[in-house]
Design a binder for this molecule. Structure first.
Ligand code: IPM
Ligand code: MG
Length: 360
């Protein structure tokens, strides 16, 4: 098979971690007789520096022409980087939001899983982490507050900022279907998270999720308010299988879920539309403070590449091989700084990539 992949290394640690993911992909594809064609493009700060905009139309076209996009991370230090002196629609993050919308990537899958080997890195009490956990956050990615109308106006002598949270039934239905479909392949439980005690958009969310649930009698559904969910994630994470939620709640809860796994450096993600196409990126950001030092954890990006093989290319065996190599490297005691604990061997980003390749 030939895999046509557009790569967006991005900013900060992005280029370093994407280089490792490519190396791992090359290894697994060479082993299994596949060919990869990469096309590198710029987005975020790197694109601002070259083209004065965070995302060009050419980049969107290149991405659309590929089977999948592999991304590192974008953005810089919001207090010190000159990118953040630009108007909001010209900043790095605007490029990310625009590409998600342009490619119709409404379903964002963020698995959060506690590796046995990293149980010590889990910040929760031992009796809680001992139960382990394995959840998937299904975050709606192209609606809600992120894409509603926003403006800042002057009214009665002061500034007033307005953001709008909108969801239509069809937007909710298509993400709910994705959530239930994936739950069916897992432990068959969906926790739909909303703020239905306050928000109309959440009341509609709950109504539509219940309608979709009726088509999945084999999947258990429960509704949870987002504030309670934030609490339950640290109190009893083992209760969750699939968390189905809207854009902003998903953004916040997925960072929380990743932290309870020990490090955000381990968490992969896939953003999908209704075809096999997907954009794969780690859940974490560009960590500008450690960029260029070869100390970043490349595992989230490597696991995102595995998700790409699984979801876009149906190469389950190859994806399994990458995931098994990651597990093995942890078992063998290698750690990047973010997951390091006494008695293990600290390695840098490139070395971690090499060690994973050796285990494929
Ligand atoms: C994420 C990030 C983005 C988001 C930012 C960079 C716009 O936090 O992918 O979770 O909020 O979606
Ligand atoms: Mg986020």
């Amino acid at each position: 098979m030939t895999l046509n992949i557009t790569c967006i290394p991005g900013d900060g640690i992005g280029p370093e971690i994407v280089a490792q993911a490519k190396k791992v992909l090359d290894k697994v594809c060479e082993k299994n007789g596949h060919t990869i064609k990469y096309t590198d493009v710029l987005m975020g700060g790197a694109s601002i520096d070259k083209y004065c905009v965070p995302l060009t139309d050419e980049t969107i076209e290149t991405a659309k022409a590929a089977d999948a996009v592999l991304m590192g991370s974008i953005g810089g230090n919001t207090s010190t980087s000159p990118w953040y002196k630009l108007p909001p629609e010209k900043r790095p993050e605007a490029g990310l939001l625009k590409i998600r919308k342009a490619l119709g990537l409404f379903a964002n899958l963020r698995p959060a899983y506690l590796y046995e080997e990293l149980a010590d890195a889990c910040p929760l009490k031992k009796e809680i982490s001992a139960a382990g956990f394995d959840m998937l956050i299904m975050r709606e990615l192209t609606g809600g507050l992120y894409f509603g109308e926003r403006k800042t106006v002057e009214e009665n002598g002061e500034l007033k900022a307005i953001d709008t949270l909108t969801y239509s039934e069809s937007e909710i239905r298509r993400i709910a279907i994705k959530g239930f479909d994936i739950a069916r392949k897992r432990r068959k439980k969906v926790t739909s998270v909303d703020k239905a005690n306050v928000l109309d958009s959440s009341r509609l969310w709950r109504k539509v999720v219940n309608e979709v649930a009726a088509d999945y009698p084999d999947v258990e559904v429960e509704h949870m308010l987002v504030d309670n969910c934030a609490m339950q994630l640290v109190k009893d994470p083992a209760q969750f299988d699939v968390i189905l939620t809207e854009n902003m709640f998903g953004d916040i809860l997925s960072d929380e879920a990743s932290m309870v796994t020990g490090s955000i450096g381990m968490l992969s993600s896939a953003s999908l539309n209704d075809t096999k196409f997907g954009l794969y990126e780690p859940s974490h950001g560009s960590a500008p403070d450690i960029a260029g030092q070869d100390i970043a954890n490349p595992i989230a990006t490597i696991l995102s590449a595995a998700m790409m093989l699984r979801y876009t290319f149906d190469l389950d065996k190859e994806a399994d091989e990458i995931e098994a190599a990651v597990k093995q490297v942890l078992k063998d005691g290698y750690r990047t700084g973010d997951i390091y604990s006494e008695g293990t061997t600290k390695v840098g980003c490139t070395k971690m990539g090499d060690l994973i390749c050796e285990r494929i």
